[in-house]
Design a binder for this molecule. Structure first.
Ligand SMILES: Cc1cc2nc3c(=O)[nH]c(=O)nc-3n(C[C@H](O)[C@H](O)[C@H](O)COP(=O)(O)OP(=O)(O)OC[C@H]3O[C@@H](n4cnc5c(N)ncnc54)[C@H](O)[C@@H]3O)c2cc1C
Length: 384
C-alpha cells in the first residue's frame, strides 16, 4: 500500500494545488447559497476530470481507480458538495454506462460528458425503496419495441442539472429482484422531470431532488444490458461507488485534522498554545491514526478494483470505516476549536455537516455492516 500511495504523490500534489486554487475559494458560497458552482464545474471540465475513469477511446482520461480516489479525496478536502457531485457522476453515472452499456450507448453518452462535463445521475432510491433498493416500484411496461416508464426516484444527486440519468425500473412483476432493469433516460424526454431541490444538512451545494417519470416513452435500445440485470448491475456499481464515498470521508477527515492542528498550535490559553496540553494532543493523535487506517482501507479497495479482484467486502469496509473516521475527526475538530468550531467563521462546522452524507449515501453504515458480515460468513463456510 505504501508503494501505491508513494506512486500517487506527484499526482496528489498537482490535484491539491488545483483544488486549493479553483475549488476552495468557492466552497463557502456553494454551501451557503446551495448552488452547484459553474466556475468550479468548468475548471474541473478543463482538466477533463468529469470523464476521468472513462477509457480514452470514449474521450476520457482512462485514470485508474486509485487516481480517481485521489481526485475525490482532494476535492472533498476543500468542498464536500463538489466532492459528492463529482463522485456520484463518475461512480454512478459514467461507470455503469461504460461497464454495462453497448458500444453504441458508450459512444452516444460518454464523449459528450467528457467534453462538456454534462452530469449523469443515478436513479435507484425510491420513496418506498431505500436500503431495500430491490423493492423498486417504478415500472417499465413494454409497448412493442418501446417501454413506457412510470415512477418516482428520491434523493437523486444532480437530479436537476443532469442531462442524462440511469434509472432502475421493474420490467417484470415476477422474479423479485430479477425483474429489475436499468434504463438510460435523457432529461429532454417527455414526462421526465426533476422535483424541487432538497434543503439538506450538508453537501448543500450538491443538488439533490426527486426524479419523476410520467409515461416516459423510451426505445428498448436505451436499456443497459439484458432485461432483469438491473439489480446485479447496481450492486456492482455500488461496490465501486462505496470506495469513492470512503474517499470523500477521508478528504473531509483530513481537512478537519489540518484545521484542528493549525488552530491548536496558534491558540494560546493559560499562557501556552493549547497544543501543549495532553488532552488536545490525544485528540490530534487519534484523528491522525484513524485517518491513516482509513486511507489504507480506501486505497486498498481501489487497488483491488484496479486489479480486477473481488472487493465487495473491502469497499464496504472502506466506506463504513472512513465515514465513521470522518464523523470522529470533524466532531473532534469542533472541540479543538472551541467556540470558533461552532461558528461558520471556520469550516469545522461545514465539515461536520458535509461528512454525515458519507454514513448514509450509497448504503447506510448499517447496510455496510450487513454486507461485511455476509461476506465474512461466506468465507468462513468455505473453510468448512
Ligand atoms: C445527499 C444524498 C444523496 C443521495 N444520492 C443518491 C443518488 O444519487 N441516487 C440514489 O439512487 N440514491 C441516492 N441517495 C439515497 C441513499 O442511497 C439512501 O438515502 C440510503 O440508501 C438509505 O435509504 P433511506 O434514506 O430510504 O433510509 P432507510 O432505508 O429508510 O433507512 C432508515 C434507517 O434504517 C436502517 N435500516 C434499514 N434497513 C435496515 C436493516 N435491514 N438492518 C438494519 N438497519 C436498517 C438504515 O441503516 C437507516 O439507519 C442519496 C441520499 C442522500 C442523503
Amino acid at each position: 500500500m505504501y508503494d501505491l500511495l508513494e506512486k500517487l504523490t506527484d499526482f496528489r500534489t498537482e490535484v491539491r494545488a488545483f483544488c486549493e486554487e479553483n475549488i476552495a475559494p468557492h466552497a463557502v458560497e456553494v454551501d451557503e447559497k446551495q448552488i452547484v458552482s459553474t466556475d468550479v464545474n468548468k475548471a474541473i471540465n478543463a482538466k477533463g476530470w468529469w470523464g476521468c475513469t472513462v477509457p480514452k477511446e470514449y474521450g476520457g482520461l482512462g485514470y485508474s481507480n486509485a487516481e480517481y480516489v485521489v481526485l475525490v479525496e482532494e476535492i472533498s478536502r476543500v468542498c464536500g458538495s463538489t466532492g459528492l457531485t463529482f463522485a456520484a457522476h463518475n461512480s454512478l453515472g459514467t461507470y455503469p454506462i461504460n461497464t454495462f452499456g453497448t458500444d453504441e450507448q458508450r459512444l452516444k453518452y460518454l464523449p459528450t460528458t467528457c467534453k462538456n462535463g454534462d452530469l449523469i445521475a443515478f436513479g435507484l432510491t425510491e420513496p418506498e425503496a431505500g436500503s431495500d433498493a430491490g423493492g423498486t416500484k417504478s415500472k417499465a411496461v413494454r409497448d412493442g419495441d418501446h417501454y413506457v416508464i412510470n415512477g418516482t426516484k428520491s434523493w437523486i444527486t444532480s437530479a436537476e442539472p443532469c442531462t442524462v440519468a440511469i434509472v432502475t425500473a421493474r420490467t417484470s412483476d415476477e422474479g423479485g429482484v430479477k425483474g429489475i432493469s436499468s434504463i438510460i433516460l435523457e432529461k429532454s424526454m417527455d414526462g421526465f422531470t426533476a422535483g424541487k431541490k432538497e434543503n439538506k444538512l450538508g453537501c448543500r451545494g450538491s443538488n439533490t431532488a426527486f426524479l419523476h417519470m410520467d409515461d416516459v416513452r423510451v426505445h428498448e435500445s436505451q436499456r443497459l444490458g439484458d432485461e432483469g440485470l438491473g439489480f446485479k448491475q447496481f450492486m456492482i456499481t455500488l461496490d465501486g461507488g462505496r470506495i469513492s464515498i470512503g474517499a470523500m470521508g477521508l478528504g473531509i477527515a483530513q481537512a478537519a485534522l489540518e484545521l484542528a492542528s493549525k488552530h491548536a498550535i496558534k491558540r494560546k490559553q493559560f499562557g501556552k498554545p493549547i497544543s501543549a496540553y495532553q488532552a488536545i494532543q490525544w485528540k490530534i493523535a487519534d484523528m491522525a491514526t484513524q485517518i491513516e487506517a482509513a486511507r489504507h482501507l480506501v486505497y486498498g479497495a481501489a487497488y483491488l478494483k484496479d486489479t480486477g479482484k473481488p472487493m465487495t467486502k473491502e469497499s464496504a469496509m472502506a466506506k463504513v470505516f472512513a465515514s465513521e473516521v470522518a464523523n470522529f475527526c470533524t466532531y473532534q475538530a469542533i472541540q479543538v476549536l472551541g467556540g470558533d468550531g461552532y461558528s461558520s467563521k471556520y469550516p469545522a462546522e461545514r465539515y461536520y455537516r458535509d461528512m454525515k452524507l458519507c454514513e448514509i449515501g450509497e448504503g447506510t453504515s448499517e447496510v455496510q455492516r450487513i454486507v461485511i458480515a455476509r461476506e465474512v460468513f461466506k468465507s468462513v463456510s468455505k473453510i468448512d
